[in-house]
Design a protein around this ligand. Structure first.
Ligand SMILES: Cc1cc2nc3c(=O)[nH]c(=O)nc-3n(C[C@H](O)[C@H](O)[C@H](O)COP(=O)(O)O)c2cc1C
Length: 173
């Protein structure tokens, strides 16, 4: 039994990678989340919602912009059985317009992460963490939100050392 949860959002399919639009069989953040689960004893949770996105990258960016403007909170379709058993949550997400997708906001509002350590882990294509860490602090004022780690989506596959160092710094390895 583990007291660490890796909760992640990720979108496979058409995405912007290193300057061009490509088809990802598996989303960058999902690859990263699975990589971490192979390193440590942790439960993996895929944050999914009722919101289905078209495959086209440009359409998704427009939809995501609207979701933020409208402060949407899509209902989650996946559930964590018992959040109370975790002391640490590794929260992994892609940078969408400077922050995390609204489904992650639904997750942060649904589950009480008070008193838990949160490790923000963001994949991106140039904006780094954006303002995502500050946003997590707003959603989780009673959690210990540590320094986040940003990994270029196209560099996820070669990010082992960076990720391991960060996990070590935060006492997870
Ligand atoms: C809707 C949308 C908005 C994005 N906005 C940004 C952004 O503001 N800054 C950035 O660096 N990357 C942005 N990206 C690129 C993603 O953060 C990056 O490709 C990420 O690794 C995707 O992770 P995923 O494959 O797990 O979904 C955006 C991608 C999408 C689909």
């Amino acid at each position: 039994m583990s007291d660490i949860l890796i909760a992640y959002f990720s979108k496979k399919g058409s995405n912007y990678v290193a300057g061009s639009v490509v088809e990802l069989e598996k989303g960058n953040t999902e690859v990263l989340a699975e990589k971490i689960q192979a390193l440590i004893l942790a439960d993996l949770f895929h944050i999914e919602s009722v919101k289905e996105y078209p495959n086209d990258y440009y359409q998704v960016t427009e939809i995501a912009k609207g979701e933020l403007q409208n402060n949407e909170r899509p209902e989650l379709t996946s559930q964590v059985a018992d959040i109370s058993k975790y002391t640490t949550v590794i929260l992994a997400y892609p940078n969408w317009w400077g922050t995390f997708p609204v489904a992650v906001m639904s997750f942060l509002e649904k589950y009480d992460l008070s008193g838990k350590k949160i490790l923000p882990l963001c994949t991106h294509e140039g904006s780094g963490l954006g303002h995502s860490v500050k946003d997590i602090q707003k959603f989780c004022p009673n959690s210990d939100v540590v320094s986040g780690l940003a990994i270029y989506g196209h560099a996820v596959k070669t990010s082992n050392t960076k990720v391991e160092n960060w996990l070590r710094e935060n006492g997870v390895i």
